[in-house]
Design a protein around this ligand. Structure first.
Ligand SMILES: Cc1ncc(COP(=O)(O)O)c(C=O)c1O
Length: 425
């Protein structure tokens, strides 16, 4: 299912932008339509997916989880094994390659948790493009490991000091930059949302996940009962689900961030929550968490990647039509799922993906016997060590941080003369 010619999926989607952004969006649509039918482009993309991203990613049977949860066979799609640690690289590479074909030399991106920024910075380094990543000042402070990695890949991280200084403001700043510089610049939007053609384009670059699952299940005679993915903006879920939308016998389940509870400002549940309503924000119409004046409400989730007030328009439409079910997972349940799959399967889920893991744990007894549940593990949890360690081992982690500060202070002079004075010159 692609959007209508004016960018709508049913009642949601569209292209609500100022006149100045119409031209780059129309140019992008035309190039996307052309290159997605161009055999040479698709072959080049395929080779990068295989040799650089590491596709195809495994579909791993989870025997102990299956036994412990007492129901359906559970399989985990290990998207976290993709280079840079999450599915975000599928879209970043696709859009950066497309931008290069369009003659663009400069890439900009927004990022919240840093995963999309990291993937875009890596894709630019791989393809020889200059990269600027807009990131809210607050996110810059709380996601330092990803900021450091983006800089290592050669990207400029631009802190955003307007508004709430988080993801929503980073998107606004990136849009402003794009409007002023689209002659040589492409804006790599990180999820299946925003004005058309981004929802279609991001879905198509992420559909590689679902197509692989389809092939892997056919090869191994796995009959699917349900598929579960976490939903932030919606890119991993729509890419995972898209080849299965017409197969009505398969349940498709999206796990949203239930945060600390159902109250206003306590979660990021756009499809399950009570504060969600139809609205238009950041160039598209969808379900948003908004106040009475149509302003974005604060959201809350332990997983930075799900902590956003909007959802991609195609998912909103499919949710409204009843094709995709949504469920809300609390922070506490996501942490339990991290621990469960780490201890019983040796697989460390990202906090975002652990929302899908937790939803699957609840579903296991509901799926008819013999039919499998496939979980999309959208990213791996190494990146979350600064969030999970204070929960799982607070004392040891506190000691580690204090000793790191002491080590840095005592080594300051040596560091400046040897490292900065030497190899980084
Ligand atoms: C590992 C991981 N999973 C899921 C998401 C949510 O994004 P989306 O809904 O676009 O897949 C993010 C966002 O940063 C992420 O880093």
């Amino acid at each position: 299912m692609t959007a209508s010619s004016d960018g709508f999926f049913g009642q949601y989607g569209g292209k609500y932008v100022t006149e100045v952004l119409r031209r780059p969006l129309d140019e992008l649509q035309a190039s996307f339509d052309f290159y997605m039918k161009d055999a040479a482009f698709l072959e080049e993309l395929h080779v990068i997916q295989r040799d650089y991203i590491g596709r195809e990613t495994p579909l791993c049977f989870a025997p102990r989880a299956t036994e412990l949860l007492g129901g359906a066979p559970i399989y985990i799609k290990l998207e976290g094994l993709a280079n840079t640690g999450a599915h975000k690289i599928n879209n970043a590479i696709g859009q950066c390659l497309l931008a290069k074909k369009m003659g663009k030399t400069r890439i900009i991106a927004e990022t919240g948790a840093g995963q999309h920024g990291l993937a875009t910075a890596a894709a630019c380094a791989k393809l020889g493009l200059s990269c600027t990543v807009y990131m809210g000042e607050i996110d810059v402070r709380r996601q330092q490991p990803n900021v450091a990695a983006m800089e290592l890949y050669g990207a400029k991280v631009q802190p955003v000091t307007s508004g709430s200084r988080t993801l929503k403001d980073a998107v606004n700043e990136a849009m402003r930059d794009w409007a002023a510089n689209f002659e040589d610049t492409h804006y790599v939007l990180g999820s299946a949302l925003g004005p058309a053609p981004f929802p279609d384009m991001v879905r198509e670059f992420q559909a590689v996940i679902g197509k692989e699952v389809e092939k892997q299940c056919a090869e191994r005679n796995i009959e699917i009962g349900a598929m579960v993915a976490c939903v932030g903006g919606g890119s991993n879920s729509i890419g995972f689900f898209s080849p299965f939308l017409e197969k009505k016998e398969i349940r498709l389940v999206g796990a949203e961030a239930g945060g600390i509870g159902p109250g206003k400002g306590e979660n990021a549940s756009r499809m399950c929550g009570t504060a969600a309503r139809d609205g238009i924000l950041q160039g598209y119409k969808s379900r948003f968490l908004l106040d009475e004046d149509g302003q974005a409400l604060p959201t809350r989730s332990i997983s930075a990647g799900l902590d956003y007030c909007g959802i991609g328009p195609q998912l909103a439409a499919l949710g409204r039509a009843g094709r995709i079910e949504f469920t809300s997972i609390l922070d506490r349940e996501a942490l339990e799922a991290v621990s469960f799959f780490a201890k019983n399967e040796g697989i460390l889920f990202a906090l975002e993906s652990a929302h899908a893991g937790a939803a699957a744990m609840k579903l296991a007894k509901e799926v008819p016997s013999g039919k499998a549940i496939i979980i999309n593990m959208s990213g791996r949890g190494d990146k979350d060590v600064f969030i999970t360690s204070p929960v799982f081992r607070p004392e040891a982690w506190g000691q580690f941080l204090r000793s790191e500060i002491e080590r840095l202070d005592s080594n300051k002079d040596i560091h400046e003369t040897t490292v900065l004075g030497g190899c980084l010159k």
